[in-house]
Design a protein around this ligand. Structure first.
Ligand SMILES: [Zn+2]
Length: 87
């Protein structure tokens, strides 16, 4: 069963959980209305992939620029690693 709950996890608590998508160590959390508003732990790599997905969906004209800046801000991983998550 993937972790998720109605109340946000604490900063310390989230780091003890696996990512709800891939199982890597979580660092943050996401909440989606269609998912009963449950807070779900997420790792850095999946967070970047999810942010990319949303910008693509919204048709943002500066996707690459924004994602690269976000990636640099939170984690040092090769860009091709991110693309793999979207396939
Ligand atoms: Zn993950």
């Amino acid at each position: 069963m993937k972790h998720g709950r109605k109340k946000p996890y604490t900063e310390i608590g989230i780091k003890r959980l696996p990512c709800a998508r891939c199982g890597d160590p979580a660092y943050s959390q996401w909440q989606t209305c269609a998912d009963s508003n449950l807070w779900r732990p997420i790792c850095k790599r999946c967070d970047i992939a999810l942010n990319t997905l949303v910008l693509v969906f919204m048709g943002d004209p500066k996707i690459d620029e924004k994602i690269e800046a976000y990636r640099r801000a939170i984690v040092k991983v090769p860009s091709n690693h991110i693309a793999m998550n979207l396939l």
